[in-house]
Design a binder for this molecule. Sequence first.
Ligand code: C2E
Ligand code: MG
Ligand code: MG
Ligand code: MG
Length: 283
Amino acid sequence: TDFAAVAADQLDLTRRANNLQGPSERGSAALVRAIGHGEIVPWYQPIVELRTGRMTGLEALARWEHPSGALDDPGVFIPLAERTNLIVDLDRAVMRRAFLDVSRWRTRHPGLRVSVNLSGRHLDQEDWVDQVRRAAATAELDPSAVTLELTETVRPSGPGLTADTVEEARDVGFQVWFDDFGTGWASLQELVTYPLDGIKIDRSFAAQLGRHVDNTVVRAMSTAAAELGLKVTMEGVETREQAVIARELGCDYGQGYLWSRPLPAARLEALLVTEDGELPVLG
Ligand code: C2E
Ligand code: MG
Ligand code: MG
Ligand code: MG
């Protein structure tokens, strides 16, 4: 059962905390405790359909909420988790919580989707597809509501990420997207190698939209994606102008401060409440 799984994880974490040696590992002891104590929680950032401005999904982003109320910088603790392999436990903790929240929200908003980030290290676990499948089943969340964002600046080295495992994930019903496209390890070649559903163009490209008259790079990425039958999300959209250009260049979805910052579950829930029960139009 899920409780047994949680208890086993807890034991595993405790064992790992006790075995920590060396300065960088000692530095991560606090993070081990935080994961074990449920202090790493998802915040949610809306993903918007550019054509309509309607929220269609959420990305779950890890936040470290200290009991004091203080927030730790994800730009610091996520790289730390990546270096120490704790990212696998962190991904799992965020995913479990996010699946439970979204499963609950979908009773009123059956169209709502959720995207979770999986690091390359997570994908090195040979049974990663089954792990995610079980987390969705436990939360009674339809796998077709889930998008897996394959993050990572380093190319996954293990056996976990192959065309076959991506296919397996899609057979379960998950969508599989490449995150931070254009800056990470994945090249155009990888778009052909793996049977993906979409790409998220890295936010560094959003900042350039409108600065170069022809927006060559983003146009090239979205054209290639379209030819391969992939959907495109532009992340890091901060201005109306960027949203308009992204749409003109063929991007399907947008995500960024223009519409909303990542929000804690309770605030996201408040945003979801609309008079007609539809997903809200954010503009
Ligand atoms: P990402 O998956 O590309 O997530 C988007 C990041 O861009 C988030 O940063 C988000 O807060 C930020 N962002 C969104 N809109 C805007 C905008 O308009 N302007 C700017 N300047 N930034 C924007 P965050 O939350 O700090 O996360 C950073 C990265 O950490 C994520 O990038 C993702 O790669 C990783 N990450 C976050 N949560 C998890 C997790 O649970 N597991 C794993 N493996 N990685 C995670
Ligand atoms: Mg992401
Ligand atoms: Mg991204
Ligand atoms: Mg990014």
